[in-house]
Design a protein around this ligand. Structure first.
Ligand code: FAD
Ligand code: SF4
Length: 511
């Protein structure tokens, strides 16, 4: 072979120009390596999904006449690191040029840059042809501006890509944002459509992971694996979403319920993050469906969905490349507390956390509001070290890849970046959780109380958080109301609230 083309586990993009037709002089290399399985404790379903999707991708390529080499965990020649395997192949096959696609993770990007710097042969990097934006497009967009406001970036993307923009170059439906119509609680007796689950068998991949003693978390039934693991299934999931979920996506985007785990969410994040499908395919399919079904799908639903992908997803990627590697270390509030043990088991008396965590352990999935306003909110109020919080989020979800995990966790959810991603910390007491879910109904704690041992821990911790970080937060105009209410509270009540919060903080593992 003349060329070695590396395909990373999250670069399963059959639409990429590399795969238009086989290059007979190239060897296409894919690998399962311990440096990738071991940098965090991944959910067992996550590793199985990645490996199964990678194997299926390699199969498709080789059926189409591409010369592939797939080094699985058990392969005798596997050096168990990306660089190790690339070096070995270059030597073994007398390769003249090494090629790779831009990695999405800083860690892998550095590794490949360092590797190329050492190589005696030529190397070449290609775009991954997946995102709407280039890596540094956001940096350029915000250059000279003080704040990175997602909404302004999103609007510019709408115009640039002519998405939901009418002939006069105004937003479709006369508004950029329909949030005010969205975000309702699930009404009693409302039954969302069931999620589309696949019947995949990942026993082979599971066996390899177990045999190699990879430390994992969470549960799995390998012979009945529900996540999509190839392009066909990803397209089916997208189609199913348009026909069954899009019509109420925006309305119930923030709703949570003990009996429903997916509600009207698309669960497409794994397919997109591995590049089995592209964001533009997802957006165009949803747009197309909306255009043909305007009677059943209102604009607020489709706009809400598109904003997540064209807005948030591209924005987070841009912030990542703008802020790394410093971002990884940010800890604005200097939080140091260890993550409570029950994040790994779900064994807590707090019903909302019990549900969100057990669901995550069972399904490798929680939707955005469960991540942000239940597990993330608690970690922030309790002052958990953002390193611990990142470690948990980076492992537990099927879609967790650092570029989109850390920006959401350290940035949006923990405000450890001091306000790069969000304009204020996302905190809430039981009031909000009760407003958006039925969690409080079955809880041992009283959502209406903020003092005493039966009171909901979120309530006292909420005030404790704002009180202890007053110097850093009180001048934020979006928090002036919070401090007004706190300042008006009777001193004895305040003291009791802080006492209860201290009690919670000292006994986090017992809550
Ligand atoms: P839907 O609700 O159907 O939304 C559609 C798509 O929009 C998603 O598939 C996703 O690609 C995109 N999207 C929505 N919100 C965001 C967002 N805030 N940032 C980037 N893209 C978004 N997403 C990940 O893909 N990987 C992660 O590791 C990850 N970690 C998160 C950690 C925390 C603390 C929080 C608050 C959010 C995190 N998110 C992450 C964002 C979001 O929660 C998930 O993308 C979403 O829940 C995936 O489920 P879905 O495909 O059903 O999404
Ligand atoms: Fe969660 Fe508090 Fe509601 Fe219990 S009462 S479910 S701990 S918010």
């Amino acid at each position: 072979y003349k060329t070695l083309k590396l395909i990373l586990g999250d670069q399963l993009n059959l639409q990429h120009s590399w795969f238009v037709e086989p290059d007979p002089t190239a060897l296409y290399l894919m690998m399962e390596v311990k440096t990738e399985t071991d940098y965090v404790w991944h959910h067992i379903q996550k590793i199985c999904a990645f490996f199964a999707a990678m194997e299926s991708f390699e199969n498709t390529l080789s059926n189409r006449g591409f010369e592939t080499l797939y080094l699985n965990l058990d392969h005798p020649n596997n050096k168990q690191s990306i660089s190790g395997n690339v070096l070995e192949c270059i030597e073994k096959y007398n390769i003249e040029e090494f090629q790779y696609q831009l990695p999405d993770e800083y860690r892998v990007d550095q590794e490949l840059r360092n590797l190329c710097a050492q190589l005696k042969i030529a190397s070449k990097c290609f775009d991954s042809e997946h995102f709407y934006t280039d890596r540094d497009e956001l940096t350029q967009f915000f250059s000279g501006k003080k704040e990175l406001i997602m909404e302004s970036f999103y609007r510019a993307m709408r115009v640039k890509h002519q998405i939901l923009i009418n002939h006069d170059q105004d937003p479709e439906g006369e508004k950029w944002n329909f949030d005010a119509e969205n975000r309702k609680k699930l009404p009693k007796n409302h039954k969302p459509n069931p999620p589309l689950l696949f019947d995949n068998n990942v026993s082979k991949q599971h066996g390899r992971i177990v045999a190699n003693n990879i430390k994992t978390i969470g549960n799995i039934k390998p012979e009945y694996f529900q996540w999509p693991i190839n392009r066909n299934q990803s397209i089916q999931l997208l189609q199913y979403f348009c026909e069954n979920c899009l019509q109420l996506f925006g309305t119930f985007q923030d709703a949570m319920h003990t009996d429903e785990w997916s509600l009207y969410h698309s669960r497409l994040s794994f397919c997109m993050n591995t590049k089995l499908i592209s964001p533009s395919e997802v957006i165009n399919t949803a747009l197309n469906y909306w255009e043909n079904n305007k009677k059943s799908v209102a604009i607020n639903q489709v706009e809400g969905f598109i904003r997540q992908i064209l807005g948030w997803r591209e924005y987070m990627r841009g912030v990542y490349w703008m802020q790394m590697p410093e971002f990884e270390k940010l800890n604005y509030f200097d939080h140091k507390t260890k993550l409570p043990d029950w994040y790994w088991t779900g064994h807590t008396k707090m019903n909302c956390l019990k549900h969100a965590i057990s669901q995550s352990l069972n399904l490798a999935y929680a939707h955005h509001i469960q991540r942000l306003m239940i597990t993330g909110n608690f970690a922030l109020l309790a002052g958990i070290d953002p390193d611990d919080v990142d470690f948990w989020y980076l492992g537990i979800y099927i879609d967790a890849i650092q570029w989109v995990e850390i920006t959401n966790t350290r940035g949006m959810s923990q405000y450890a970046d001091g306000g790069i991603v969000g304009t204020k910390p996302y905190t809430a007491s039981a009031n909000y959780i009760h407003k958006m879910s039925n969690y409080c109904e079955g809880c041992r704690y009283d959502r209406n109380e903020k003092i005493g041992e039966n009171s909901c821990p979120f309530n006292s911790l909420y005030w404790n958080f704002h009180d202890r970080h007053r110097a850093k937060l009180q001048h934020n105009p979006r928090l002036s109301m919070v401090y007004r209410i706190w300042d008006k509270m009777e001193p004895e009540l305040k003291a009791s609230v802080l006492l209860r919060a201290n009690d919670c903080l000292e006994n986090l593992n017992q809550l």
